[in-house]
Design a protein around this ligand. Structure first.
Ligand code: SF4
Length: 731
């Protein structure tokens, strides 16, 4: 079988095909505009030019970026389409819904009715404000995805708090919240400690629990460049991903000509969820070689003795058995790491989507501190963020708990009293909804229904909310599922490059971009900022703030600059057009943001194993043809999978189950079932299987990491049985 290589001419052709489908002129205009890329958190665009990153490298663009443009550059959905019942919309695939077109006008569905109808803007805004007014604030919640701007996010949380609730959350409670919690404990700051330029100068890159070949494509150029300058890439991932083995970088002609560059120097495939055993084993191999950075540890860290004692007390047998990685590979990684001057640790949701997500990240931090790799140039920590502004949304306060400093500044600046009652995180809000305790929800962007574990339960929870107000550019399943009983209002918003006034976004490198907006595609859609300001003005006429003034994005930026430490440069970004790094986060010197300026080694207490008699561990994953919950293509080209109703299975496991590639199986968990799923043999450890998110969320457990509240999307106990289509062969 021909080996699959990531990137390459097919990707270039696909990108060109997508661009020509939306019109070359349209796509050129969109891609060249000075707006941050709408897709991943790596960040491109902004004031350095459309297809340019902060290092002025051009062209910095990928197929994800073009896919994101492709759905924005659609005609509005014709009004007549809304004559159809909800059931008709639900019969469409996620991709079909997304490609119905842009939502051009507000639509409304009264409680108990079976279809939406087009309504006027003024009526819709009035209904939203009156609906919120009619309920008790502590029986509501407010949610934002990482698509929205800093300006819209800031207004959302300010309106919610003045309304009277801290039930404010964002999509990071389903992705990187564990990162923030863990790094807060170890170094006192919850985001990347490196900038893009550090990646261009490190000599070792640990890529853990992530597949940037599909999810952050431009990072692959940096990894290939690292290999070419003699550095190494250690990939840690249960699945052997083609794009992390070899990748033909479209921007690098030489890479394309030779059919791709090797990415991984060493590829470790631990059992799903066994990361702590693996990290402990790597730490043990380093300590046994005396490879720890003694002077750095003495000068800048606490807790080393306890960590050392804990690590050395673990037997090799239990660690190797725990993770399933051979000792020879662990020794190889330890020696490579000891020989490295500048190592970067990057990770994705393969680390955070577990009951021990925070523990995992604390261990990554331990490994980095062990060799003094945080607090100097070209080395450090890099959480790989999903959506393009998910980090910014957290920075400006879309979260249940504000820092004491921001809380006090808002109260003092505006002469207001904010609620102090504990706010609910994302899953907690839905749990309360399921219990009948939520009367209204304002959901800005995203697809909360499909992003939530245990899909059947999620639909029930959403259906029990009296009024849901959605802000969106296109329709997704979250707008047509779990909406039968209550009222539902969907407000159409501008895409980032259509904003009538500039907005800002923050990349995973803490780099704040200024997006000019200004492209008008559909005259009837509105800015999220204007919508929120209008609702707030009507909802809170006596709150002491003039929300009408906040329709001016610049006014919102000035407020953020005054109230959020690190964001001061936002105040005059309109004039200077100077994009910037959020202050205090990049760690090129060992001055940590803890109370004593020292970093901490942590030996996590550990989460008790959930006992299950189900023999397989399922991880949910994304395909090459999707971005978050948005599906652009049914096929997953890098994994050679033709459709999404597929399960990836180890060959030996398949033999024991008596199934072959192309057979169909049912996957059963304690929460749900996926029936007649096609088997694809794949290189992954025994007893570990994988299926696509969000479809496989029907199986996901609502058990969460107790410290970050992140659901365990990647370690779900399941059984496999031959599908009834092959009755009699069940296992
Ligand atoms: S790597 Fe991410 S930020 Fe860069 S162009 Fe692709 S999707 Fe956009």
């Amino acid at each position: 079988m021909k080996a699959i290589v990531g990137g390459g001419p097919k990707k270039v052709l696909y990108t060109l095909r997508t661009a020509s489908r939306i019109g070359l002129l349209n796509s050129a205009k969109a891609l060249n505009s000075r707006n941050a890329c709408k897709a991943c958190g790596l960040g491109m665009g902004g004031q350095h030019g459309g297809m340019t990153n902060e290092l002025d490298e051009f062209p910095s663009v990928c197929n994800k970026s073009i896919q994101a443009q492709s759905t924005d550059i659609q005609a509005p959905i014709p009004d007549e389409v809304f004559a159809h019942k909800l059931d008709d919309f639900r019969a469409l695939s996620a991709r079909e819904l997304e490609t119905l077109g842009r939502l051009g006008k507000p639509v409304y569905k009264p409680a108990g009715e079976d279809r939406y109808r087009v309504v006027e803007w003024e009526w819709a805004l009035n209904r939203a404000a009156e609906g919120l007014k009619a309920v008790s604030p502590n029986r509501s919640f407010f949610y934002s995805s990482g698509r929205s701007s800093n300006e819209a996010g800031f207004l959302l949380q300010l309106m919610a708090r003045l309304y009277g609730t801290n039930n404010i959350s964002n999509c990071s409670y389903y992705c990187h919240q564990a990162t923030g919690e863990a790094l807060g404990n170890t170094i006192g700051t919850g985001t990347a400690t490196v900038e893009l330029d550090d990646v261009a100068h490190c000599d070792l890159f640990f890529l853990i629990g992530a597949n940037p070949a599909s999810n952050h494509p431009r990072l692959l150029h940096k990894l290939i460049a690292l290999r070419r300058r003699g550095g190494a890439v250690v990939v840690i991932n249960p699945l052997r991903e083609a794009g992390l083995v070899q990748f033909a970088a479209p921007k690098m002609l030489s890479s394309m000509m030779k059919g791709g560059d090797e990415v991984a120097s060493i590829y470790l495939q631990p059992k799903t969820g066994s990361d702590i055993a693996l990290f402990t084993a790597i730490a043990k191999a380093i300590l046994e070689r005396g490879g720890e950075a003694t002077a750095f540890i003495r000068a800048h860290c606490e807790g080393f003795d306890l960590l050392q004692e804990h690590v050395l007390a673990q037997s090799w047998e239990s660690l190797l058995d725990g993770c399933g990685v051979p000792k020879s590979q662990i020794d190889q990684v330890a020696e490579l790491y000891i020989g490295s001057e500048n190592a970067i640790f990057a990770w994705g949701m393969g680390m955070t989507h577990h009951r021990h997500g925070v523990d995992n990240i604390e261990w990554i931090s331990n490994l980095a501190l062990l060799r003094g790799m945080i607090g100097k140039a070209n080395a450090g920590l890099l959480p790989l963020r999903g959506h393009s502004n998910v980090q910014g949304i957290g920075t400006i306060g879309v979260k249940p708990v504000l820092s004491e400093e921001v809380f006090a500044r808002i109260e003092a600046s505006y002469g207001v009293t904010l609620p102090t009652e504990k706010g609910m995180h994302t899953l907690e809000s839905l749990e309360k909804a399921h219990d009948g305790g939520i009367d209204a929800a304002l959901i800005m962007g995203g697809n909360l229904y499909e992003a939530t574990p245990d899909s059947r339960w999620a639909a029930e929870a959403l259906d029990r909310i009296g009024l849901k107000i959605f802000l969106t550019t296109t329709l997704n399943r979250g707008h047509v599922t779990g909406v039968d009983r209550g009222e539902s209002l969907i407000l159409p918003v501008c895409a980032r490059d259509e904003e009538p006034e500039p907005t800002t976004q923050e990349s995973m490198f803490n780099y704040v971009r200024y997006s000019e907006g200004g492209i008008q595609r559909i005259a009837s859609v509105r800015s999220e900022v204007a919508i929120l300001a209008d609702i707030a003005a009507q909802l809170l006429p006596d709150c002491g703030l003039n929300f009408a003034e906040f329709k001016r994005h610049q006014k919102v930026r000035q407020a953020i600059a005054e109230l959020v430490p690190g964001m001061e440069e936002l105040a005059d970004i309109d004039v200077a057009r100077q994009e910037f790094m959020v202050r205090g986060r990049i760690k090129h010197t060992p001055d940590f943001n803890t109370h004593d300026g020292r970093a901490r080694f942590v030996v996590p207490a550990g989460v008790k194993d959930d006992k299950s008699s189900r023999p397989f561990t399922l991880m949910t994953l994304r395909s090459e043809g999707q971005f978050n919950s948005i599906i652009y293509e049914e096929a997953d080209s890098y994994r050679d999978v033709q459709h999404r109703w597929t399960v990836l299975l180890n060959q030996q496991d398949a033999l024991e189950l008596g199934v072959a590639e192309g057979d169909v199986v049912d996957i059963v968990s304690d929460f749900g079932q996926m029936s007649a799923v096609e088997v694809k043999l794949f290189n992954l450890p025994r007893s570990c299987i994988a299926a696509y998110y969000p479809e496989a969320n029907v199986l996901s457990s609502r058990l969460t990491d107790p410290r970050s509240h992140t659901p365990q999307f990647k370690s779900i106990a399941v059984s496999l049985v031959r599908s009834s289509r092959h009755a009699g062969l069940g296992v």
